[in-house]
Design a protein around this ligand. Structure first.
Ligand code: FES
Length: 339
């Protein structure tokens, strides 16, 4: 069984349009809730007569917070965000998938440039808090919002800036005062931090603008894009693709959660299906090649992907693959989820 149960301990009103859910494992699955800063939870929400799944970034820090927290901002017509903001209360139990995603720094000690627009602050907050608490680098946050009332975590950011001195610089951009941020303005603000790894999350137009503003500054730019899942990952089981006979199998050694397993990987299967069938608790969400929840690193051997709309060339050069889309090329492979 891949789904987890999370109990809502508290619902926090962050702004008029945003609520945070403070969560704790319900049941004995505490280890499966482990996460890295910047990762997200997939939450099952009711829709009509059925269910859909939505992804929400964790804004809590694995270094400082005992409980997990996701912050959800209402979206006009949004099935998941409105259901959560209107219906979820303390004591409720939600079905979730284990935290996942690649929007996470490779080192907590690196100097970072963080850019957030609106509710895009959620994964950025997790990275910021974790690096300040457990790392040594300097962090600059550029945070754009419509107006002062829509700034999520304003008080927490003020307190962090006051307690971390020169290690944290927070620059707010308010549309009500400064107008929409422009590429030239963002580039001017980011230039002193050229070369730092940059993490960008917010509305699509904001991320496109920020990524183009940062190009040429020598920064590796990580963006976190969310989308509505087409299928229901809580329902889908590990089945071979229809119409494709199961043929020869490669052998794959998998490092996950500090343990190593060796399992057969039929050449007709995606890696995720082969792992789930063998009882390996591999992370996933969309199963469509779009979210990177299933990403792992190929340490030995070669695989190909049927689809990929989320990993960029630098990710591929680092050996990342999407398990939900990967098929074996080599007879023997080794992958790791514990990067
Ligand atoms: S599960 Fe989303 S890309 Fe594989």
């Amino acid at each position: 069984m891949t789904a987890l149960k999370a109990r809502v301990v508290e619902v926090v009103r962050e702004t008029a349009e945003a609520r945070s859910l403070v969560l704790e494992p319900a049941g004995g699955d505490r280890d499966r809730f482990a996460y890295r800063p910047g990762q997200f939870l997939t939450v099952r929400v009711p829709s009509g007569d059925g269910w859909v799944a939505r992804c929400y970034s964790l804004c809590s820090s694995p270094a400082t917070d005992d409980r997990l927290k996701v912050t959800v901002k209402r979206v006009a017509g949004g099935v998941g965000s409105n259901w959560i903001c209107d219906n979820v209360a303390a004591g409720d139990v939600l079905e979730v998938l284990r935290p996942a995603g690649t929007f996470t720094p490779s080192s907590l000690d690196a100097d970072l440039l963080l850019l957030a627009g609106g509710s895009g602050i959620t994964p950025v907050m997790s990275i910021l808090k974790t690096c300040l608490a457990a790392g040594t680098g300097a962090i600059t946050l550029l945070y754009a919002n419509r107006d002062e009332r829509s700034v999520i975590f304003a008080g927490e950011l003020r307190a962090l800036a006051a307690s971390h001195g020169a290690r944290l610089t927070v620059v707010h951009w308010l549309e009500s005062v400064q107008g929409l941020p422009t590429p030239a303005a963002i580039r001017a603000l980011a230039s002193p931090y050229a070369g730092r790894d940059a993490f960008v999350c917010g509305p699509g137009a904001f991320m496109d603008m920020a990524a183009s503003a940062l190009s040429g500054l020598g920064s590796r730019v990580h963006v976190e894009r969310f989308f509505s899942l087409e299928g229901d990952p809580f329902e889908a089981g590990p089945v071979p693709p229809k119409g494709v006979p199961v043929g020869a199998a490669a052998e794959i050694e998998v490092e996950i959660d500090g343990e190593t397993r060796t399992v057969p990987w039929p050449t007709s299967d995606h890696l995720l299906d082969a792992l789930l069938r063998a009882g390996v608790d591999a992370p996933f969400s969309c199963r469509e090649g779009s979210c990177a929840a299933c990403a792992c690193v190929v340490v030995e051997g070669e695989a190909v992907m049927d689809a990929n709309t989320v990993l960029d060339e630098r990710d591929l050069a680092d050996g990342l693959i999407l398990a939900c889309q990967a098929r074996p090329v080599s007879d023997r492979l080794k992958v790791s989820y514990d990067g």
